[in-house]
Design a binder for this molecule. Structure first.
Ligand code: CA
Length: 222
């Protein structure tokens, strides 16, 4: 899952970025509203965290412009403490939720998870496919009841497959949603990670879940 973080205060931005990366999210940071609009035009984000107070145009006008452009990416707005007006205007401008600064990182993560699963029928943090299951809260992965240890990137990749079970997932989709702007498209890093994942998820089992679609990408089939 790839997140655009729009925040000009570098200390706060660094803190959130680092924390989200530890939680396996791919993160890009925009330090002002114009950059945010541009980055959103060129990258497909799964969620946007948008601070209201930015230099130049504020978060409210950025949010409004994104919604006017029919961008329906979930937007979590960061508001200043005690400013009820901000919360109301934030929601009115098209934000899905807001969080008041200062906030605990745990709460930020919980809001993000809730927004990311808002269109899912299954609202729990556990996703299952065949005998494989992952928990988005604890990042625990189990196959046939046995726990499997994955690295953070392997987990992010598997989560993306699980959210698109029985659908073809192209290398472009993976590069755009599991990696951030630092992704180098001239490497075979995706195939390398998929192979790592297969070794851990599939190699001990007769029923293989991850399949290659030649020339296109992969599919996790139940
Ligand atoms: Ca700010």
């Amino acid at each position: 899952m790839r997140i655009l973080l729009v925040e000009d205060e570098r200390k706060i931005a660094n803190f959130i970025e680092r924390g989200l990366k530890e939680e396996h999210y791919a993160v890009d940071v925009a330090s002002n509203g114009e950059k945010a609009i541009f980055m959103n035009d060129v990258n497909p984000y799964d969620l946007i965290i948008l601070d209201i107070i930015l230099p130049g145009r504020d978060g409210l006008s950025v949010c409004k412009e994104l919604r006017d452009k029919k961008i329906d990416t979930p937007i979590l707005m960061l508001t200043a403490r005690g400013n009820t007006g901000d919360k109301v205007s934030g929601l009115d401008s098209g934000a899905d939720d807001y969080l008041t600064k200062p906030f605990s990182f745990e709460e930020l993560l919980a809001r993000i998870r809730a927004l990311l699963r808002r269109n899912r029928i299954n609202k729990t943090t556990i996703i299952k496919a065949a005998d494989l299951e992952i928990d988005q809260l604890t990042h625990k992965v189990k196959r046939a009841g046995k726990e499997i240890a994955l690295t953070s990137k392997e987990y992010a990749l598997l989560e993306y497959f699980m959210l698109h079970v029985n659908q073809v997932v192209t290398r472009t989709m993976i590069s755009e949603h599991v990696w951030n702007e630092d992704f180098d498209s001239f490497t075979n890093v995706i195939d390398v990670y998929v192979n790592h994942l297969r070794n851990k998820i599939d190699s001990d089992f007769k029923n293989k879940l991850i399949h290659t679609i030649r020339g296109t990408g992969y599919i996790l089939k139940e």
